[in-house]
Ligand binder design. Structure first.
Ligand SMILES: Cc1ncc(COP(=O)(O)OP(=O)(O)O)c(N)n1
Ligand code: 3NM
Length: 433
């Protein structure tokens, strides 16, 4: 599936075109892009805008329409009247879903639509919309009406629908008890999608919402299904927002597919490391990656049958499954509880040479002595949890590696931890070979 995103470039990748590429890619969708303007902005400030020329915009659009089948279009920042008119000329005969995100101002205060372009925005862009997604402020601005008891969201949505949008969703209407609602006016029906408010000031949630709607519409889902999907997608993206710059958080999503893809890539690369079979213990190896905030091993993706040694090769036996690992996943859960950013781990064969390489490569190493394990821990069978917590307690910084030298009938083991499978792999490359 190919989706076209028409909008501004945001160098921080929190919003605009770059954010759409991240979101659509996470949804396994190919993103075509047409840039209307280049902005200088980050998570704290908005700098300047340089719109592209009409000619450049037209050429970008034509080059895509000549080549690709496009399943849906999202329109974000359009900035000025010249850009608006070119978009209208190129899109007005299309019969595919178009979602318009009427961005007027960024969270950081930047102007995304010139004031003298508002008239043309209403005349040319709003009528292209299968769905238009103003937030409360944008809806009030476009309708020139403040939401109140008298001027209900329905009245305001109707005013925007009368400008030509087929379906209107006004997002972010705050209610009681920490609830936040989207008011929807489909052709003739109205409804409200309510949910819990997350109090995180972020960059990108508006872009994610409209991107998720067009993705779902392009997959031939109904308006209602698409709006529910987008609501959940946006909620997850805010929940997963990260402090990447010095200012507000940047939204992100961690889809199950992305977790699978990242782990699967790292496992493939692990199996290709020269001589890696020497690092596979008797009990074999598992490589795991957890969802954010894992509660149990069921939230941790692992290999159902482990990575096994076959002479001088290693083979992935089984498939990736949530709950596919018990031992390594349990170690990860203990680590993640103390350090939530650590979401991936692998177990390797204990060898003195590996430990000295680990120490030489300046990785932080923790260890525990299974013979010191309290009796009740042994009885309860929670050795790994006890051991990892013991090692964490005795380490000033986040351990990259934790090992134990075994006990009667217990094989010694090394576990390497990291934020992502890629991060774990980098550490493995430092200590093997
Ligand atoms: C280039 C560009 N396009 C759109 C926005 C606005 O993004 P949005 O997610 O609607 O809101 P904020 O992230 O600004 O809160 C933008 N800033 N830049
Ligand atoms: C059997 C075993 N014990 C380990 C330990 O660290 O004590 S690692 C390991 C192999 C991996 O197991 P799983 O697939 O349950 O994660």
């Amino acid at each position: 599936m190919n989706i076209l995103s028409i909008g501004g470039s945001d160098p921080s990748s929190g919003a605009g075109i770059q954010s759409d590429i991240r979101m659509f890619s996470a949804l396994n969708t190919y993103t075509l892009t047409v840039i209307t303007a280049i902005t200088s902005q980050n998570t704290s400030n908005f700098g300047i805008v340089e719109p592209v020329s009409s000619k450049m915009l037209k050429k970008q659009l034509e080059s895509l329409f000549l080549d690709f089948k496009i399943d849906g279009i999202k329109i974000g920042m359009v900035y000025n009247s010249k850009i608006i008119k070119v978009i209208y000329q190129q899109l007005n005969k299309l019969k595919i879903p178009i979602v318009v995100d009427p961005v007027i101002k960024s969270t950081t205060g930047g102007k995304l639509l010139e004031i003298n372009a508002v008239k043309d925005f209403k005349k040319y862009i709003i009528p292209l919309a299968t769905v238009i997604t103003p937030n409360k402020d944008e809806a009030e601005f476009l309708s020139k009406t403040k939401i109140s008891r008298k001027n209900t969201p329905k009245i305001i949505a109707k005013k925007i629908q009368d400008m030509g949008a087929k379906n209107v969703v006004i997002t972010g209407i705050e209610g009681r008890n920490n609830k936040i609602s989207d008011f929807v006016l489909e052709k003739n029906t109205k409804y409200v999608i309510s949910g819990e408010k997350i109090s995180k000031i972020n960059h990108g949630s508006g872009c994610n919402h409209s991107a998720a709607i067009v993705y779902s519409l392009a997959k031939k889902k109904s308006i209602k299904e698409s709006l529910y999907f987008a609501r959940k997608f946006t909620y997850d993206s805010i929940k997963n927002a990260k402090k990447i710059g010095k200012g507000v958080l940047i939204t992100d999503i961690q889809s199950e597919d992305k977790i699978k893809e990242d782990l699967s890539n790292a496992i493939n690369r692990f199996t290709e490391i020269k001589g890696i079979y020497k690092n596979i213990p008797e009990c074999q190896t598992n490589f795991v990656f957890s969802k954010q905030k894992p509660k149990s091993t069921k939230d941790v993706l692992g290999i159902s049958g482990r990575i096994v040694k076959a002479e001088k090769r290693v083979i992935v036996a089984g498939e990736l499954k949530y709950g596919g690992s018990k031992h390594v996943a349990t170690a990860l859960l203990s680590m993640n509880k103390k350090y939530p950013q650590i979401c991936s781990a692998i177990n390797l064969k204990y060898q003195k040479t590996t430990i000295s390489k680990i120490k030489k490569s300046k990785l932080i190493v923790g260890s525990y002595d299974r013979s010191l394990e309290p009796k009740d821990v042994k009885i309860k069978g929670s050795t790994i949890k006890w051991g990892i917590n013991f090692a964490i307690k005795n380490s000033k910084n986040i351990p990259d590696v934790i090992y134990h030298k075994g006990d009667f009938g217990k094989e010694p083991m090394i576990i390497v931890f990291g934020k992502t499978p890629e991060n774990v792999l980098k550490k493995i490359l430092k200590i093997t070979g």
